[in-house]
Structures are given as structure tokens and as C-alpha cells.
Design a protein around this ligand. Structure first.
Ligand code: ZN
Ligand code: ZN
Length: 91
């Protein structure tokens, strides 16, 4: 059976309870990992993520991999995935 478990939040370092009910839910879903953040940090991450800039879908001009870029892709400028972008910078 599941038992309440105290975990330490990765973000704020505070202890939080991973309740038996949550563990059961995780097990049902087949999640392998325990939560690493407390509820507050999870909630604040969600809200900051949604307020982030819009990302646009693009295709890497080098390897053809789909990637996301923070600006509207333009046909006259090649777009690279992060791996190819690093390659270009180091070249
Ligand atoms: Zn936290
Ligand atoms: Zn690429």
C-alpha cells in the first residue's frame, strides 16, 4: 500500500508531501518518477511557461529536424535546430 512520503522540492528546497493518493495516481498512470517540485513551484512553473513568448514551429535547414523558434520563421533566413545552431557557432 501507499504511504504519505515527504519529499524535498528541487526548486525551493521546501519539504512537501507526496500523498498516498498521489502515489496511487502516479502508479496508475505508470509514471516512474516521483514529483521533484512542491505544488507551489509546479503551479508557478505552469504560469510562467504559459506567459512565455510564443514559439513557432520550424524545420531545421541543416538536418531537417522539426524545431521550435521564438520568432516567426522567414523564408529568406535559414532556421536551425539547437544542435545545428551550436555547430554553426563553433565552426
Ligand atoms: Zn517548491
Ligand atoms: Zn538541425
Amino acid at each position: 500500500m501507499f504511504q504519505d512520503k515527504t519529499l524535498v522540492c528541487k526548486d525551493c528546497g521546501k519539504e512537501f508531501v507526496f500523498t498516498a493518493g498521489e502515489q496511487e495516481f502516479y502508479a496508475e498512470k505508470g509514471f516512474q518518477n516521483e514529483p521533484v517540485r512542491c505544488k507551489d513551484c509546479r503551479t508557478s512553473r505552469k504560469t510562467t511557461r504559459s506567459s512565455e513568448r510564443e514559439m513557432f514551429d520550424a524545420v531545421c535547414a541543416e538536418c531537417g529536424a522539426p524545431t521550435k523558434i521564438p520568432f516567426q520563421p522567414r523564408n529568406d533566413r535559414p532556421v536551425y535546430c539547437s544542435a545545428c545552431f551550436q555547430n554553426h557557432k563553433s565552426r
